[in-house]
Design a protein around this ligand. Structure first.
Ligand SMILES: Cc1ncc(COP(=O)(O)O)c(C=O)c1O
Length: 378
């Protein structure tokens, strides 16, 4: 278990921020690293050509370590929608072929697939929310020889519903389907190992459980797709771009590994240094430890919610770091606003209140949430 880490954040005592799934706060160390990045552009005469490359390589290295991947397989992207589009552009889909999604999936992992299906004469099969809450079973049952692409998360962003990606990955390979993952709501809070899951593409934004800045993300690209087509043809993605005096010796060859997929103007030192500082801290804490610590807190919250007659996805079917509390007799009107007046911050997604604490939360934060809930439901 990890002890409370609130002192690493700028979080007043009277704020109960239970909304990491919306956006994590930046740690002091991340803000300092971002500041360093910003300041470096106040003196461009000290900014060397290699400074366009090294912060990205540091970020790539840490991202790879987080998911047990080869550093060559990571590219720097601005958003999940960008990463999903890379996957959609490079994966084949035959006429009549099927793309499998789950109901109410986050839109960044939906729209590109709708366009892909339209363009190729394929179709989308959206798996309805299973009554027993078991998404893994539902996905395994929905798979068939027609399934060509599985585009999934590990954690349902609405209520934390869990998908066992090792099992799904294996079953997908058995039917010859490609696996594309959006792990924005789990990476950094739940262990993930590319060697065990073997996805074709894995994408995550940095601003939630990776505790980094907005407008930056990572994509893992399996070796078999690394010679594919990038979304943009960047000058830095081409071989020899480190030599600024020779950039108009136009090159057909790309930088090695997945670097060709890096976004244009990836070299934003504030973004990259901030994200790397956050990844270093996560690696220091250890993702297993983070998961266990958040899981223990959420189990207590879940038990208390159930004790009040509220509904929560049961522990085995829920990602440990993530909780959606349902109100079988209806959510009290204006609940998020009432909580916000008390400086308690959660999200409402669908019919559930999403409670997603992190290592900065204290027992007192949870007490304050339940004090308000109990008063409202009395
Ligand atoms: C599951 C999931 N994926 C992706 C995103 C963000 O997507 P994008 O980076 O395309 O804005 C969110 C934001 O809430 C999310 O919950």
């Amino acid at each position: 278990m990890i002890s409370n880490q609130r002192d690493k954040f700028d979080m007043p005592d009277d704020v109960a921020y239970l909304n990491c799934a919306y956006m994590s706060p930046l740690m002091h160390s991340v803000v300092a690293a971002m500041g360093e990045g910003i300041v470096s552009k106040t003196r461009p005469w000290t900014y060397r050509p290699e400074d366009f490359f090294t912060p990205a390589e540091e970020f790539r290295t840490l991202a790879a370590r987080l998911i047990h991947a080869d550093v060559e397989a990571i590219a720097v992207i601005p958003s999940v929608s960008y990463g999903i589009q890379i996957a959609a552009n490079n994966l084949p889909l035959s006429a009549g072929g099927e793309i499998l999604l789950i109901e109410d999936q986050f839109p960044s992992n939906v729209y590109a697939w709708r366009e892909k299906a339209k363009a190729c004469g394929g179709h989308i099969n959206t798996i309805p929310r299973p009554e027993n809450g078991n998404w893994t079973e539902a996905v395994l049952q929905a798979m068939s020889v027609r399934t060509e692409i599985l585009a999934l998360p590990a954690t349902h962003w609405v209520d934390g519903g869990f998908l066992d990606l090792e099992k799904i990955g294996k079953a997908g390979r058995d039917v010859g389907a490609a696996l594309v993952l959006d792990l924005t709501q789990s990476l950094g809070a739940m262990p993930f190992d590319v060697r065990a899951v073997a996805p074709d593409f894995m994408i995550s934004a940095c601003y939630k459980w990776l505790m980094g800045p907005y407008s930056l993300g990572m994509i893992y690209i399996a070796p078999r797709w690394q010679s594919g087509v990038p979304l943009e043809h960047t000058w830095m993605g081409r071989a020899g771009s480190e030599d600024f005096s020779r950039l108009v010796d136009y090159q057909d060859r790309f930088q090695p590994g997945a670097r060709r997929f890096d976004m244009g103007e990836k070299s934003n030192p504030a973004q990259l240094k901030g994200a790397s500082a956050a990844l270093s801290q996560l690696l220091d804490w250890g993702v297993e430890n983070i998961s266990e610590t958040l899981g223990a807190r959420n189990s207590i919250v879940a038990d208390r919610a159930r004790g009040m007659g509220l509904s929560v996805v049961s522990d085995g079917l829920r990602s440990p770091h993530y909780l959606g509390i349902g109100f079988p007799s209806g959510m009290p009107e204006g609940l998020p606003e009432i909580l916000a007046v008390e400086n308690i911050f959660v999200s409402v997604r669908g019919d559930a209140v999403r409670v997603t604490p992190h290592l900065y939360n204290t027992d007192a934060d949870i007490e304050r949430l339940f004090d308000v809930l109990q008063k409202l439901m009395a």
